[in-house]
Ligand binder design. Sequence first.
Ligand code: XMP
Ligand code: MG
Length: 178
Amino acid sequence: MEQDMQQILFTQDQVAARVQELAAQITRDYAGKTPLVVGVLRGSFIFMADLVRHLDLPLTLDFMAASSYGAGTTSSGLVNIRLDLHDDIAGRDVLLVEDILDTGNTLSKLVAELKGRHPASLKLCVLLDKPERRTRPLEADYVGFTIPDAFVVGCGLDYDQKYRQLPYIGVLKPSVYE
Ligand code: XMP
Ligand code: MG
């Protein structure tokens, strides 16, 4: 699948090292707490699995899903919760984990929804941040890598549901989707 990549932004080793750094920071910040780590499906599944295996904390896990891009590479602006959490989050220290913070449409909707359920705290952890494209005033508390405005795949991120399994973060050749 590497032939479909224009560039590899972060190798498997670079991603692994950065995820370990983030996990160490989160472990320090949540010492004495039992966070509820919430993954946004499907894009977060690899990052979340890697991250939680390096968290030296008692924690619980849950998942939600929001509608996203479909087969295109630009956000529709419309966000729907397609799968809700299994458990109540009132009083919990919630860490929301997502693959990428792009325009902020998806995550600002999810953050607003979760805040309304009265967690003790709510923080946001993303593998990638594309600040150039932000249209909502939202920042993540933990960011793996800040990237330029390019469409990326791998480590959970897809194009048309493909490439999620790639162990690196790559920029797709425009010829693949044009
Ligand atoms: P917004 O714009 O709502 O987007 O912050 C968040 C969701 O959009 C997807 N997204 C991408 N997916 N490569 C991808 O594979 C990208 O470069 C990219 N940028 C945004 C992603 O699903 C994220 O949850
Ligand atoms: Mg996603």
